[in-house]
Ligand binder design. Structure first.
Ligand code: PEP
Length: 251
C-alpha cells in the first residue's frame, strides 16, 4: 500500500472571467468542503487568481497557476513571475502543459528553468509530459517520456524534487474524449516511477505523485485511481463545471 496523498487538479485553461471563476470556485468549495483525505487544486486563468484566492484561501481547495516565467521581474511583456503567483495566493503551478509546448514554443529546457523557479519560490510544480499519437503509434512513447523527464529535471538532486508532481498526459487523450485505458496509463506510470528511481533513488520514486491527465471524467476516474501507480488526475474540460469536477474529486 502506498502512503501517497491523491491530488485531483483542475486546469481551467483559457476559460472563465473573474466572476465566473469565483462562482465556480464557490460552488466547488461547497461540494468538497468536507474532503480531507486527498488534495484538491484548481488552476484558473491568471486574471482570476486573486479573486479565486479570496474564496479558497484556508480551505481544502488549493490554488494553482497555469504557467510562469522564471525571472523575478523585468522587461518581459506579458509574462508572470513566481513572486506574482505566490502574492496572488498560488501554491501550485502547472509547467510544460502540452498546449504550451505545442502552441507557445515551450521546450524541455524552458520547462527545466520554470521548475527551478517554482522550487525557489515554494510553488509546487505540476510537471506535464506526454507523447503524441504519432509517437505512440511509432512505439516511441517510452523514449519520448524518458527524454522529457531527463531534460526537464536535469541538474536537480532528489532533495529538490520532494514536492514535485509529475502529470502524465498523453497528447492524444487531451480534450479528445479518448482516455488511455487504465492499463495503458498504469504501464506508463510504472515506467515513470522506475525512471525516477533510476535517476533520483527509491525514496523519491516511492513518494513522488504521478497524475494521469487526458479526458478524465466521473465515469473513468474510479478505474484509473484503482491503479497502483496513479496518484491522482489533472483534469481539463471536466473541471470547468463544479458538479462534474466534484464527482471526480469525490471518486
Ligand atoms: C488538460 O488540460 O490537462 C487535460 C487533461 O484536458 P482534458 O481533461 O480536457 O482532456
Amino acid at each position: 500500500m502506498t502512503s501517497r496523498t491523491a491530488l485531483i487538479a483542475g486546469n481551467w485553461k483559457m476559460y472563465k472571467t473573474g466572476d465566473d471563476a469565483v462562482e465556480t470556485a464557490r460552488r466547488l468549495l461547497d461540494l468538497v468542503k468536507d474532503v480531507r483525505d486527498r488534495d484538491i487544486m484548481i488552476a484558473p486563468p491568471f486574471t482570476a487568481l486573486s479573486q479565486v484566492s479570496q474564496i479558497v484561501n484556508g480551505t481544502p481547495v488549493g490554488l494553482g497557476a497555469q504557467n510562469l516565467y522564471w525571472e523575478k521581474e523585468g522587461a518581459f511583456t506579458g509574462e508572470i513571475s513566481p513572486e506574482m503567483l505566490t502574492a496572488a495566493g498560488c501554491q501550485y503551478v502547472i509547467i510544460g502543459h502540452s498546449e504550451r509546448r505545442q502552441f507557445f514554443g515551450e521546450t524541455d529546457e524552458t520547462v527545466n528553468q520554470k521548475i527551478r523557479a517554482a522550487n525557489a519560490n515554494s510553488l509546487i510544480p505540476v510537471f506535464c509530459i506526454g507523447e503524441s499519437e504519432q509517437e505512440r503509434d511509432s512505439n516511441l512513447t517510452f523514449s519520448v517520456l524518458d527524454k522529457q523527464v531527463q531534460s526537464g529535471l536535469q541538474g536537480f538532486a532528489s532533495g529538490d524534487l520532494e514536492r514535485l508532481v509529475i502529470a502524465y498526459e498523453p497528447v492524444w487523450a487531451i480534450g479528445t474524449g479518448k482516455t488511455a485505458t487504465s492499463s495503458q496509463a498504469q504501464e506508463v506510470h510504472s515506467f515513470l516511477r522506475s525512471l525516477v528511481e533510476k535517476l533520483f533513488g527509491e525514496i523519491l520514486a516511492q513518494s513522488i505523485r504521478i497524475l494521469y491527465g487526458g479526458s478524465v471524467k466521473p465515469n473513468n476516474i474510479v478505474e484509473l485511481m484503482g491503479m497502483p501507480d496513479i496518484d491522482g488526475a489533472l483534469v481539463g474540460g471536466a473541471s470547468l463545471d463544479a458538479e462534474t469536477f466534484s464527482k471526480i474529486v469525490c471518486y
